[in-house]
Design a protein around this ligand. Structure first.
Ligand SMILES: [Zn+2]
Length: 138
């Protein structure tokens, strides 16, 4: 099975034609495991990056949203947690990455070739949380 193949995964042919479907193991549903969240977020991240869209709620839908007969992923699926895990693949924009200086730093001093300390307090004015280790260029 390839992404270019069309399945009837969502039970909605229009959506099935223009989406990539991911199914979770129904045996463990509705008690989704961290391993499932990580796997789905990682896969969604890769798919989103490959096709050039952010893995957000505008682009990542539950099957239940496109077909009322479907119930997955269901009410126990933690969308905020999934989106947080998938967020490293989100494309930054002027709206998501925006900051303002709260307290300007004093002029740092450092001799040529030496390291100087500089501390600046910034406010996150964007719509995306800053996370340690996240690369804004991702
Ligand atoms: Zn499904």
């Amino acid at each position: 099975m390839f992404e270019t193949d069309t399945a009837f995964h969502a039970g909605n042919f229009a959506y099935s034609q223009r989406s990539v479907g991911i199914e979770l193991d129904p045996v463990t549903n509705p008690a989704y495991t961290q391993a499932q969240y990580s796997a789905v977020a990682g896969l969604s991240c890769q798919i989103a990056a490959r096709h050039g869209f952010p893995p957000n709620r505008e682009h990542v839908l539950g099957h239940s949203q496109v077909n009322p007969v479907k119930s997955d992923p269901g009410p126990t699926w933690q969308w905020p947690h999934f989106l947080w895990l998938a967020s490293p693949c989100a494309q930054p924009s002027a709206q998501t990455l925006k900051a303002s200086v709260v307290s300007p730093a004093p002029d740092p001093t450092a001799a040529a070739g030496r390291v100087g300390d500089l501390s600046v307090v910034l406010r996150n004015d964007g719509s995306k949380a800053w996370r340690r280790g996240a690369n804004a260029a991702e």
